[in-house]
Design a protein around this ligand. Structure first.
Ligand SMILES: [Zn+2]
Length: 70
């Protein structure tokens, strides 16, 4: 399972600080969220980059971008 990835995501997002803000590409089929709006993973986004809460991203079934925290 992806438990370690989930834990890493929680740590990176400052989960203990409450509902943090993440960035997503509003392409309709992107399934990742990003911690920074200048992430390399967002450079491929040809649609709008949208700021949403982490909780909202997770409710939408999004997972942390693989390029974060590297
Ligand atoms: Zn990213």
């Amino acid at each position: 399972m992806k438990t370690s990835v989930l834990l890493l995501g929680l740590l990176l997002s400052g989960y203990a600080q409450g509902d943090s803000v993440v960035y997503i590409c509003d392409s309709g089929h992107a399934k990742r969220y990003h911690l920074r709006d200048d992430c390399r993973g967002l450079h491929n986004c040809t649609h709008h980059i949208v700021k949403i809460s982490l909780g909202e991203a997770k409710r939408g079934g999004r997972t942390l971008c693989g390029l974060e925290g590297k």
